[in-house]
Design a protein around this ligand. Sequence first.
Ligand code: GDP
Length: 322
Amino acid sequence: MTATATDLLIERFRNGERPALARLVSYVENQRPAGLRAMAELYRDTGGAYVVGITGPPGAGKSTLTNAVIREYRRRGKSVGVLAIDPSSSLTGGATLGDRIRMLENYDDDGVYIRSMATRGEMGGLSIAVGGVTHLLDAFGFDIIIVETVGVGQDEVDVAELADTTLLLQVPGLGDSIQTIKAGVLEIADILVVNKSDIKGAESVVRDLRNMLRLGDHGPWLPPIVRTVAVSGDNIAQLLDTIDKHRAYLESSGEGEARRERRARREVVRLAGSWLAGQLELALQDPSVAPMLAKLLRREINPFEVAEAIASRTSSRVQSRG
Ligand code: GDP
C-alpha cells in the first residue's frame, strides 16, 4: 500500500468512517507496514478510552455479560468498542466470543463496534496486535473498550496488563470454586463478578471468594464482589457503578498513573523484543552463519556460544545503523 493510500485511510479513520477502522484493525492485526505507519500517526489521538477487561472460564457468561454491559453503557451515553480474544485452538470449532456477542443482539448502532481476534499462540496468549488494536479503538474515540478473553493459561494475567479495570467472572455450578481459580488469578481481579446468581450455589461462591480475599494480599483496594444475572440484566447497573468507583480509586490513589506507566514499559519491551527477534532470525539466515550452525550440529560448539555470537553481531549492526 502506498503512502498516500495509507494517508487517505488515516484521514477517513479520523472522519469516523467505520470501514477505515475495520481496514486499519486488520492491518495492525496482521502487522502490515501500513498498519504500523497508521499506528504511529494515530497514537497521539489515544488516551481517552477506559479499558475494561473481562475474563473467566468458558461458559461463565462472558459474552452474555458483555452484551448486558454494552447495553448499560449505551444507556449512559457511552460508546463501546469490544475486542473479543479467542485462543487460536477454539477457532477450529464453534462460534468465537465476538460472534456470540453479536448473535445475542443485532447491533445496528454506531456507538458499538465488536471485533474478534485469535491469538497466535504467542507467549502469554495475547499477542502484540491486541495492544495495537486497543490503541486504534481508543484513537477512534470509543469511550469504553472491553477486552474479553477466555480464562485459559496466562490469558487472565495478560488482559489485566491491558485493562484499567479487570473483571473476573465466577459462576456457581463449576464445582468447588476454590479449585477453579488458579493460583495468582485472583490477584488480577479488580472486581469479582459472580454471574448466574439466579442459580443455586451463588451464595457459596461468594462466601468462598470472600474467604480467599481475606487470605490473599490485595493492597488498599479490596476487590468488591458483585453478583449479576447477565441474562436478565440484574445488577448490571451496579456493576458499572462499581467500575466507576474503581476508576475513581485509580485516579485518586495514583495507582492509575502507576499502572499506565507499567503498561507503557511492558509494551515497549514487548515490541522491542519482537523487533529484536526478527533481527536475530534475519541474522541466522545470513550465509556466513552456516559454518557456525554446522559446527553446532556436530556439537563442536554449544548453542550459548552461537547465541552470543549472533546477538553481538546483530547488536553491532543495529548500532552502526543508528
Ligand atoms: P461465555 O462462554 O463465558 O461467553 O458464556 P456465554 O455468555 O456464552 O453463556 C453461557 C451460557 O450461560 C448461555 O447459555 C447463557 O445464556 C447462560 N448464562 C449467561 N449468564 C447467565 C445468568 O446470569 N444466569 C443464567 N441462568 N444463565 C446465564
